[in-house]
Design a protein around this ligand. Structure first.
Ligand code: 2AM
Length: 481
């Protein structure tokens, strides 16, 4: 009998939790997994007593679905998704819907959306954020793909998503791989937010010599203001957590890994020519942390100032707050710049305000701050850069004196602040009507006859100087200027 609202393939923890979440919302789900014993384990375990239907083949799964059929995959990204699509398509009709909920590279989703549209199948690639807990009780869901599919999954997705102020943290993102693209940038922003907090912590600990309990008090206070967010909240809890051996935090090896998506965001920024400096520095900070043994050796070999502070620590904590806040604004400004450029590059129509709304709940970067971003895009949907919004301009203006002090003091004391300082460099570059790229263009013209534009002539008109008296009027056509 065809009765299930949706089928789900892939019963790892994320898949199981999404299914249970859907079941809680009276959505009837049929499930399948390659290793079918996992279907049986699930049905006899966590799914016992629910309306979930276990199936043992793709045919049985598809046969149990209402029309138009909706099949969601929560499987390993890449080839596995392609092979499940190949298995599904012969059993589907035109107008049926396939959804991929994995952390898939958006270019694969671009391709699949187009290929399946030719067969009349509507494809969705959706970002899902919030980890296992989010999947179970309310994730942030960022769907993109074939817009014709959206009305068929909207109610299901919006009912299982996190809700903030009565609004679901799920809306249509845009065409093709836009949903998974936005999820990728979300993960990059998460890298940035985490590194910003690490720098504040390091400054308080090594720079100001504060203990865990005092730092916990500071983060708890910050969580009541403009920095109110999930990551500040868990940082507060981590700093307050003690067991028999003391603070677990102080026993954790300072070596971080980095999974695909943060790195992908950085690579994509380079591809699209967007100065995503803060997220880039966050990825590199993890890479540097991973070189633990080399750093231990270098610490013996290389000299620098030993951090010491004799000013007003309480006042300085306020400056660190401002450095974190201002840098965070820069990070989101850069992240949004990247998304805008991708939309231009791939021809996606995106609603930037609703992207902020989707991130307001359910996911790791959830924060009050995202409400301000939503408001900025509500005021001006075509906002070029968050820094050009009055609210964020005023916020940066108010924070910048403290921010500059932290970056300067960090340099003086030998405390690395890669995201605070790169954010400041971006800010000062962005607000500079004139940058030294005239020298750069002169150099390129000197050694490669690349030609240059002039301040006093129309854009696009190229000039060349015979710098060494032998170049004549030869100009390079090999490189872009
Ligand atoms: P499994 O339980 O049979 O391993 C997350 O790993 C999900 O992706 C699981 O449901 C897993 O199925 C599925 N998966 C991983 N590799 C797969 C493959 N090569 N073919 C089919 N499913 C796969």
């Amino acid at each position: 009998m065809s009765q299930a609202d949706i089928g789900l393939i892939g019963l790892a923890v994320m898949g199981q939790n999404l299914v249970l979440n859907m079941n809680d919302h009276d959505i009837k789900v049929a499930v399948f997994n390659r290793t079918t014993s996992k279907v049986d384990d699930f049905m006899e375990g966590r799914a016992k007593g629910t309306n979930i239907i276990g199936t043992h083949s793709i045919e049985e799964l598809v046969g149990s679905l209402k029309s138009p059929r909706r099949v969601m995959m929560m499987v390993k990204a890449g080839d596995v998704v392609d092979s499940f699509i190949d298995l599904l398509v012969p059993h589907l009709d035109k107008g049926d819907i396939i959804i991929d909920g994995g952390n898939e590279l958006y270019t694969n989703t671009n391709r699949r959306t187009r290929d399946l549209a030719e067969k009349g199948i509507l494809y969705i690639g959706t970002g899902i954020s919030g980890g296992e807990e989010g999947a179970r009780f309310g994730p942030s869901i960022m769907p993109g793909g074939n817009p014709d599919a959206w009305p068929h999954v909207k109610d299901i997705f919006q009912s299982i998503a996190a809700q903030v102020d009565g609004e679901p943290c799920c809306d249509w993102v845009g065409e093709e791989g836009a949903g998974q693209y936005v999820k990728m940038v979300h993960n990059g922003i998460e890298y940035g937010d985490m590194q910003l907090i690490c720098e504040a912590y390091d400054f308080m600990k090594r720079g100001l010599g504060m203990n865990e309990s005092d730092m916990q008090g500071v983060f708890a206070e910050w969580n009541k203001g403009v920095l109110d967010s999930y990551l500040i909240e868990i940082t507060t809890n981590i700093l307050g957590f003690k067991d028999d051996e003391g603070y677990p935090l102080n026993r954790i090896l300072d070596r971080a890994g980095q999974k695909g998506t943060g790195k992908w965001t950085g690579i994509n920024a380079l591809d699209l020519g967007i100065p995503l400096t803060l997220i880039g520095e966050s990825v590199f900070a993890r890479c540097l942390s991973a070189m633990k043994d080399e750093r231990v050796k270098a610490a013996e070999f290389l000299d620098g100032p030993t951090p010491s502070f004799d000013g007003d620590a309480k006042e300085f904590v306020g400056y660190i707050h401002d450095a974190l806040y201002a840098s965070k604004i820069i990070s989101y400004a850069q992240g949004y710049m990247l998304i805008r450029e991708a939309a231009k590059e791939y021809g996606w129509n995106l609603n930037y305000g609703s992207i902020a709304l989707m991130w307001r709940g359910g996911c790791i970067i959830r924060s009050a701050f995202l409400g301000n971003i939503k408001e900025a895009f509500d005021k001006n949907p075509d906002l070029e850069n968050l820094l050009l919004d009055d609210f964020f301009r005023d916020a940066i203006h108010n924070a910048q004196a403290g921010w500059r002090k932290v970056v300067a003091k960090g340099a003086e004391m030998g405390i690395p602040t890669p995201t605070f300082s790169s954010a400041l460099a971006y800010y000062d570059g962005y607000r500079s009507a004139t940058l030294p790229a005239n020298m750069l263009q002169a150099q390129r013209d000197y050694f490669g006859a690349h030609t240059y534009e002039r301040t006093d002539k129309p854009r696009g008109e190229m000039f060349h100087t015979d710098w060494i008296g032998s170049g004549g009027n030869v100009s390079s056509t090999i490189y872009d200027v």
